[in-house]
Design a protein around this ligand. Structure first.
Ligand code: NAD
Length: 360
């Protein structure tokens, strides 16, 4: 097939990890006979430096013309003191909104080879972690009415959580669809003992579940869920979360797997176009040293192949290549331990790309 991929390299380690991922995509294209056309629109700090704004209109247009968007990461200390609307991260929020991406899908997988890196007790890690957080991305408290005002004790600030039934329905459907391709269990997370929005969330998710009789639905309060993730993460398959709870729990789930450099995420909307990126930031502390772990970005590219381009076998081939390279003992510094072979970011990308080409 031919596909058009918009690649936003971003800031900090962004260009290094994205280049490693492109090497792997090129290997997939060669092995399976596809042609990927890349364009390189800019966003974040790089865009601020050259255009004065974090998300130029041309970037939005280019992404809309593409089949998928692959992103490194944006931001860094150079742009930290700019006004809120000019910050690099504003570019990412703006792009998700311009592309109508309302669902964030974040798998958290503990690799067999890396069980020792998990902060969990070995007896718990031994049971494995293989879950997906499906987080609502464009509603809830991050987008409701907010502000400062003066009250009887001086200045006050407020943020408001708002959810509509259609917003809850569409994210719930994504969670149930994801579960249908996995172990068929959805845990819906809320705070229904306190929040009205959570009560609407729970009632709506329960109704959506009626269309998915094969999927087991359970509801869990967010505080309990935070505990259960530490106690026994193997119980979870798909975690369906409102925006803020998903933001927090997906980072918790990520850390249980050992390294932030291993986890991808996708942002999806109603159509095939999706935005694929690692869950981590631009890691300015190691930028330019060729030591970043590119695996999260390569896994994001793997998600892109199946979710936006329909290339399921190719996704499996890329994921298998990563597994094989980890099994051969190759590690970037963030996951390196005694008895393993330390390699750079670019070398890790080359090894995985070669494995894609050489694997039968
Ligand atoms: P970060 O994720 O960039 O880094 C946190 C720590 O993890 C650092 O020690 C870093 O070296 C390490 N790390 C991150 N990715 C790694 C990788 N692939 N390999 C090895 N180590 C890795 O978070 P931060 O330091 O809080 O943020 C840095 C910048 O990134 C900020 O400007 C922040 O706003 C931005 N950010 C961007 C995104 C995004 O683009 N989606 C997400 C989060 C943070």
């Amino acid at each position: 097939m031919e596909a058009k991929i918009a690649v936003i390299r971003g800031d900090g380690i962004g260009p290094e990890i994205v280049d490693a991922a492109i090497g792997c995509l090129d290997a997939v294209a060669r092995r399976f006979g596809h042609t990927f056309h890349y364009s390189f629109p800019i966003m974040g700090g790089a865009a601020i430096d050259s255009t004065g704004v974090p998300l130029p209109q041309e970037t939005i247009d280019e992404c809309k013309r593409s089949d998928a968007v692959l992103l490194g990461a944006v931001g860094g200390p150079k742009w930290d003191n700019l006004a809120g609307h000019l910050r690099p991260e504003k570019g990412l929020l703006g792009l998700r909104s311009a592309l109508g991406l309302y669902a964030n899908v974040r798998p958290a997988l503990l690799y067999e080879q890396l069980k020792g890196d998990s902060p969990l007790k070995p007896a718990i890690a031994k049971k494995g972690i293989n879950l997906v957080v499906v987080r609502e991305l464009t509603g809830g408290i991050y987008f409701g009415p907010r502000g400062f005002r003066s009250g009887k004790n001086g200045q006050e600030a407020f943020d408001t959580e708002v959810y509509t039934i259609p917003e809850i329905e569409r994210i719930a459907k994504i969670a149930f669809d994801v579960a249908m391709g996995r172990r068929k269990k959805v845990t819906s997370v809320d705070k229904a003992n306190v929040l009205e929005t959570s009560r609407l969330w729970r009632a709506t998710v329960t109704r959506v579940a009626e269309s998915y009789p094969e999927v087991k639905l359970e509801h869990m309060l967010v505080d309990n869920c935070a505990m259960q993730l530490i106690k026994d993460p193997s119980q979870f398959d798909v975690l369906l979360c409102p925006n803020m709870f998903g933001d927090i729990l997906s980072d918790e789930a990520a850390m249980l797997t050992g390294s932030i450099g291993l986890l991808p995420s996708s942002s999806l909307g109603a159509g095939k176009l999706g935005l694929y990126e690692p869950i981590h930031g631009s890691a300015p502390d190691i930028a330019g040293t060729d030591t970043a772990n590119p695996i999260a970005t390569i896994l994001a590219a793997a998600m892109m192949l199946s979710s936006s381009l329909g290339l399921v076998t190719e996704t499996a081939a890329l994921e298998k290549a990563i597994n094989t390279i980890l099994s051969k003992g190759y590690r970037t510094p963030d996951i390196c331990s005694m008895g393993t072979k330390k390699v750079s970011c670019s070398k890790m990308g080359e090894l995985i790309a070669l494995e894609v080409l050489n694997a039968k």
